[in-house]
Design a protein around this ligand. Structure first.
Ligand code: IFM
Length: 440
């Protein structure tokens, strides 16, 4: 690595991130069915129709996994709490689910790891999906009740709470592009989900404040977006794409507005009276989580329905996902967030990482591309701090190879290799390199 812990401000947190459905093993502990379990059973939705039933069996192996974080010298662990594990039908409490998160948080604290909780990372209980899921305003209210239940149990011990992970994926990717559960391609469904997931953040944050919780925020995903060429069409597409993908949520939660370029398409399909929710949505928060992976180049596709955009990866080297490796985009988004939206509010890089077709050879995994990736992205965050962004921590995605949603178990993002037949964990060379870089 080109950096050490000393390159970052005192108190800067080094960590890794995961999410419940991707690692826990959803068939264990009385968790209820989710829309991902059934989406995975639909034709062509998920590679090999894989689901999260076993995943990494973190439900039983969490001690070993937390040992890996501690042994790497990490300060913090970003994890999520599954709504369907805590409330299998979205409404009724499963004591075993609460007990699991209770044990998990205690196990983090025993190892000196700060728990960074995310409340919703995508596994919507099927009973709520049956009622329209995020197209239904009630889901946002029910999310508030889930927030209360889980916070009453572990809120006394977590360091920070993010309401929603990547609302763009929850709404747009899932209801307009159809790539994630529930797999819709419908502008009315998307407009409603774009608003209701944002409302869920506002309701969740209110419930947390009512309990006196601090260090509350949200995790948003950003892609560095550029016009593919010098044409007016490409410039128009880039502005529109940026409004939908990058500005919709951050403007709503910091300014109480949605971007005009996105409302051009969504406006006629928004739920009635959405404007009345914007004050609740834009109440002050304590931090912003930034997830960043890549750059995309876009231009106009006149033959396509609104937003008439077609995109492709940038020209640089690609990861196993086909995503361009573009570290300067991380610097740019961190500086942009500070400058245009959150000022001096703490920012965490809550996800950044890459997938590669890693294999174990002679008991080890050699992943030099990932080591360089991590090094370059940490350097980009350091540069953003120098340019004024108040970045206070960085979580690599992900601790473990895991269930990569529509890609099943094929894409390996982990710093720790998981053999999905034996569930054996093997720390990769990048894990050892990060450990050396952040050792005290
Ligand atoms: O695996 C996902 C994660 O669940 C959300 N952010 C992006 C990651 C990589 O695709």
């Amino acid at each position: 690595m080109k950096f050490t812990r000393a390159d970052f401000p005192d108190g800067f947190l080094f960590g890794a991130a995961t999410a419940a459905y991707q690692i826990e093993g959803h068939s264990f502990g009385g968790a209820g069915p989710t829309h991902w379990d059934t989406f995975a059973k639909g034709p062509g939705n998920v590679v090999r129709a894989e689901d999260g039933a076993i995943a990494c069996d973190h439900y039983h192996r969490y001690g070993e996994d937390l040992d890996l974080l501690r042994d790497a010298g990490m300060d913090a662990y970003r994890f999520s709490t599954s709504w369907a594990r805590v409330m299998p039908d979205g409404r009724t409490v499963n004591p075993a689910g609460l007990d699991f998160y209770d044990r998990l948080v205690d196990a983090m604290l025993e190892r000196g790891l700060k728990p960074f909780q995310t409340l919703y990372h995508w596994e919507l209980p099927s009973a709520l999906a049956d009622k329209g899921g995020w197209m239904n305003r009630d889901t946002a209210e029910y999310f508030g009740d889930f927030t209360d239940v889980i916070t009453d149990r572990i809120g006394d011990r977590v360091t920070s709470i993010a309401t929603i992970n990547e609302p763009w994926c929850v709404a747009y990717l899932s209801h307009f592009l159809g790539h994630h559960a529930p797999g819709l391609r419908d502008i009315r469904a998307a407009a409603r989900a774009m608003h209701h997931i944002t409302l869920a953040h506002g309701i969740g944050l209110s419930r947390l404040r009512a309990k006196g919780m601090e260090n509350c925020g949200i995790v948003l995903n950003f892609a560095h977006t550029e016009p593919a060429d010098d044409s007016a069409g490409a410039a128009r597409a880039a502005t529109r794409q940026d409004a939908i993908n990058n500005r919709w949520f951050i403007e709503a939660i910091t300014k109480g507005t949605y971007p005009a370029e996105a409302l051009e398409g969504f406006g006629p399909h928004m739920p009635a009276g959405w404007q009345d929710d914007m004050a609740l949505i834009s109440q002050p928060m304590d931090f912003l989580g930034v997830n960043y992976y890549t750059r995309e180049m876009v231009t106009t596709d006149q033959g396509a329905p609104w937003p008439q955009i077609t995109g492709s990866a940038g020209p640089g080297d690609k990861t196993q996902m086909g995503w361009e490796i573009y570290p300067d985009g991380l610097r740019e988004v961190l500086v942009r967030m500070a400058r245009d939206y959150v000022g001096d509010l703490p920012i965490y890089v809550t996800e950044n990482g890459m997938a590669w077709d890693d294999t174990v050879e002679n008991g080890a995994v050699y992943d030099p591309v990932r080591t360089a990736f991590v090094s370059d992205h940490f350097m980009a965050a350091k540069q953003a701090i120098a340019e004024g962004a108040n970045v206070q921590g960085f979580f690599y995605w992900s601790l473990l190879d895991n269930y990569e949603w529509a890609f099943g178990y094929e894409k390996r993002f982990g710093m720790v290799h998981v053999d999905f037949d034996t569930l054996k964990r093997t720390p990769k060379a990048s894990y050892h390199a990060l450990k050396s870089a952040i050792s005290r």
